[in-house]
Design a protein around this ligand. Sequence first.
Ligand SMILES: NC(=O)c1ccc[n+]([C@@H]2O[C@H](COP(=O)([O-])OP(=O)(O)OC[C@H]3O[C@@H](n4cnc5c(N)ncnc54)[C@H](O)[C@@H]3O)[C@@H](O)[C@H]2O)c1
Length: 254
Amino acid sequence: MQRFDGKRVIVTGAGSGFGLAIATRFAEEGGRVMLSDINEDSLGQALETLRAGGADVAASPCNVAEEAQIEALVAATVEAFGGVDVLVNNAGYSHFQKLMWKIEVEDFDAVFAVNVRGVFLGCKHVIPVMIEGGGGAIINIASVGAIAPRPGVTPYNATKGAVLTMTKGLALEVARHNIRVCAVNPVAADTGFMKGAMGVDSLDEEATQRLVQTIPRGRLTEPKDVAAAVTFLASEDGDFLTGTAINVDGGRSV
Ligand SMILES: NC(=O)c1ccc[n+]([C@@H]2O[C@H](COP(=O)([O-])OP(=O)(O)OC[C@H]3O[C@@H](n4cnc5c(N)ncnc54)[C@H](O)[C@@H]3O)[C@@H](O)[C@H]2O)c1
């Protein structure tokens, strides 16, 4: 018996980074996983890799900022698996690093559309399905930047603050439906996300060291750290946890 035997899981942004590690971990532990991403190439690769390893997975592309696409993703999951037990709102990105007063309105709006509206839409469309199915768990990927922001990514960090507030408020709204809502706050990781935020392909040694010096555990987040926290929160062991966030940050926010 595995922790997620037969559980139906949606992971957004599952084509790379944290999302791929989260989807992989659920699948390894018996989950039936609907992979989703705006990037159809990485989504297709993730599907192929996980299926080759024997995982029970399907894929449906989706831009989380678009309501019709989220609706279609939830419908595709119900069609494929018969319901949804877990939603991981992981898709997200950052505008390029800039001081706040130099950020264009379009970039501000775009980051809120994906990181905040995307989480709102995921919850909006999955909750009626979870209520009908008798319950579920929603795990939102926020950021330690929401509680201990660094300069240069202020609107991005504000989106993650909004995610934490939605996590708490929504947890209260759905508790009586046996639905839990939690969040995970990772610290910096060398994923594709960094490419967007810092305008680089991968963190160089100097940039890595600058970040590592601010993290008491002395290293960056690995995708598996986030996958471990997400699956714990979504599992039976997390049954009494709702409206709460785990800081997966090596002590950075202490
Ligand atoms: N990497 C970090 O340092 C870090 C730290 C804290 C929080 N986070 C958060 O973790 C989450 C995952 O990021 P990651 O680090 O794995 O980066 P990543 O770039 O590897 O993964 C993000 C995934 O989301 C997808 N995506 C982007 N916009 C989308 C949209 N509109 N609709 C659907 N999919 C979309 C991308 O295609 C990508 O596959 C994000 O919410 C990010 O804000 C990242």
